[in-house]
Design a protein around this ligand. Structure first.
Ligand code: GLC
Length: 622
């Protein structure tokens, strides 16, 4: 008991009582953990360090191998993807865990990165790049809290969010998962987002409320990799960040300071490398900086099968390097039995110390206790009578729609073409105008996302039709514009996630050109010859190369990846709310300028970081 600390401080009776209760609680967690670790066998300890994927591990496996955690990959869903199917699955895993000798409950984790994007009918919020454009961290906190409610209602304890990457090169397929290119902007969102998910701190009751464990990812400098150094065949994803220590701290470590201050429960290590060393074996940055210097006391988690990318001769050698570097829990979706076998052999051979194993298990158990998992192996929201109603709750959809409104960046508005007149004869063109899958992007129902009516929500065209006072003409290909007062053309990217979204020079079948597709340019030309003034809305995870095109557009709006509430775009187009978004990333003139970021010595973009017009103000710089 820390009597000396209490005795030597002159504090009020209330504060003393609070300090005593907190110390008592802290001691009880420390004691409970120490007591458990002391009892645990090596098999039980290594089981806790193992996270398997739901398709490759049954509840019986949880029992037999004492597994500490389960996850689902993007698109891996139970049964009919109903809320009750998720709850039933997690209940079965927990029942198995509860049947082990020590009854340590599992943590179930999933990527709920822009809402509970795994579940049909869940609210899909704008991706992080759009939230960065709002410059509204408190809105992001509310979004995280709504996401936590929908996640907890499915019985899940843990989301692998927020991504705290600093997007330094638009050619990276994960740029849209970052709040922006500037570390101060990303840092401003880190704490509020984590508190929205977890609550103020991990206090033993988080899972009892409507909160979930958060994950700051991917440690570190995942957004700073050099183009052409990509791993696993990617052009830049999982590549090598080449920076001096000061720049590494100033740009990529900075957002983790508010994340740790917000008591984030876990940190996911990055696939990428720093100065040639894979982060998953980077002891100096994982143990030295994150754990010892910055004092992170939660769980360091590997990325999906990431140990396999460590350049070593055998699986056992890769595991030894990762665990000795400071990885506490390993996400080994399919080959988790090999992980257990090889780590066990490594410990028995003295290649990994029992002290390292005990430190990892202590962190895992402490985080489980601090989140309230032992008391609440199934979040109470999962069994609440109105739980179904929480998925895609109207209040969450309203919040998402507000985020969409605030995220739109008005790039050009010649002649004040916008806002649209509700009485005007409006022509709408483009697949992207009427497609929830396209407006949601990657990490939506499927890992890579996909076109189509993939979940419930409103498209941009739905929103336009609801606000217009005359019939709206819609043509996916842009035919029939003549005779209308205004043409609204929606263009953009196809959905993608991770390295699949890396830019590669054309021609290639699965490329992401980060320019407008040929079919979209043809559509724009078709409308242009009609002489009808054009307002173009761009749905993309990053800036597209439009310098050669924008001259013939009267208006242009960056709408990013708005998610399920596309009607929010129409709200701004009709002036229900004026545009207020500011670019969270620099908008380049051409590919040749990449990478280009605010603060660069040579900086001549199409639109600078922070740019954004509103109605009634000067209408264009292009
Ligand atoms: C993926 C991503 C990571 C995600 C994890 C689980 O490869 O890199 O962000 O949380 O695997 O899906």
């Amino acid at each position: 008991m820390k009597q000396s600390r209490l005795a030597s401080t002159t504090i009020s009776a209330t504060a003393l009582a609070l300090a005593f209760a907190t110390a008592q609680a802290a001691t009880s967690v420390e004691e409970r953990v120490r007591g458990l670790v002391h009892k645990m066998t090596l098999a039980e300890k290594i089981g806790q360090m193992t996270q398997a994927e739901r398709q490759h591990a049954t509840p019986e496996d949880v029992k037999t191998y004492y597994l500490g955690a389960i996850l689902n990959g993007g698109g891996s869903i139970p049964k009919e993807n109903r809320r009750s199917d998720w709850v039933e699955m997690i209940r079965d895993y927990q029942a198995a865990a509860g049947g082990t000798r020590l009854g340590i409950p599992i943590l179930y984790g999933a990527d709920a990165v822009h809402g509970h994007n795994n579940v049909l009918g869940a609210t899909i919020f704008p991706h992080n790049v759009a939230l960065g454009a709002t410059r509204n961290p408190q809105l992001a906190r509310a979004i995280a809290a709504a996401t936590a409610r929908e996640v907890a209602a499915t019985g899940i304890h843990w989301t692998f969010a927020p991504t705290l990457c600093v997007a330094r090169d638009d050619r990276w397929g994960r740029a849209y998962e970052c709040f922006g290119e500037d570390p101060e902007l990303v840092s401003a969102f880190a704490g509020p987002f984590i508190r929205g998910l977890q609550g103020e701190r991990l206090d033993g009751n988080n899972l009892a409320a409507d909160k979930v464990l958060a994950t700051a990812k991917h440690w570190v400098a995942d957004g700073g990799t050099t183009y052409g150094t990509g791993d696993e065949g990617y052009a830049i994803d999982r590549g090598d960040t080449r920076l001096g220590a000061d720049s590494l701290r100033a740009v990529h470590i900075a957002p983790y300071l508010p994340a740790l201050k917000a008591d984030v429960g876990s940190v996911m290590v990055s696939y990428s490398s720093v100065n040639g060393t894979k982060m998953h074996e980077h002891k100096a940055l994982v143990t030295g900086t994150l754990k010892r210097e910055l004092g992170f006391a939660g769980i360091t988690l590997s990325d999906w099968s990431a140990l396999g990318e460590i350049p070593a001769e055998t699986n056992r050698a890769r595991i030894v390097r990762a665990v000795n570097a400071g990885l506490d829990m390993v996400m080994e979706p399919e080959k988790w039995r090999d992980f257990i076998t090889d780590l066990t052999a490594a410990v028995e051979a003295g290649e990994v110390s029992m002290a390292r194993i005990d430190e990892a298990v202590t962190r895992i158990l402490t985080t489980k206790f601090r989140a309230g998992l032992f008391e609440w192996p199934l979040p109470p929201l999962a069994t609440a009578p109105d739980a179904d109603h929480l998925i895609g709750h109207p209040a969450h959809r309203d919040l998402a729609r507000q985020a969409v409104r605030e995220s739109l960046v008005l790039l050009k508005n010649a002649g004040g073409l916008l806002p649209l007149d509700k009485k005007a004869k409006i022509f709408v063109a483009g697949d992207h105008a009427d497609n929830i899958g396209l407006q949601s992007g990657g990490w939506t129902i499927e890992w890579q996302g996909k076109r189509g009516s993939i979940t419930r929500g409103t498209t941009i065209l739905d929103g336009i039709r609801a606000l217009a006072e005359r019939e709206v003409t819609y043509s996916p290909t842009g035919e029939g514009a003549a005779g209308h007062d205004v043409a609204l053309i929606v263009v953009g990217e196809e959905p993608y996630a991770e390295g699949m979204g890396d830019y590669r020079p054309l021609p290639c079948s699965k490329c992401q050109p980060i320019t407008l597709a040929k079919s979209q340019r043809e559509m724009l030309a078709r409308v242009q010859v009609s002489g009808v003034p054009m307002a173009v809305v761009i749905l993309s995870g990053r800036p597209l190369m439009i310098a050669e095109d924008i001259g013939s557009w009267q208006a242009a709006v960056a709408a990013w990846l708005p998610g399920s509430e596309g009607a929010g775009v129409a709200d701004v187009l009709f002036g229900e709310q004026a545009p207020s978004g500011k670019l969270p990333v620099t908008w380049p003139k051409s590919l040749a300028q990449l990478p280009i970021n605010t603060g660069d010595a040579k900086y001549d973009p199409l639109f600078p970081y922070g740019f954004g017009l509103t109605y009634g103000a000067p209408s264009s710089i292009r």
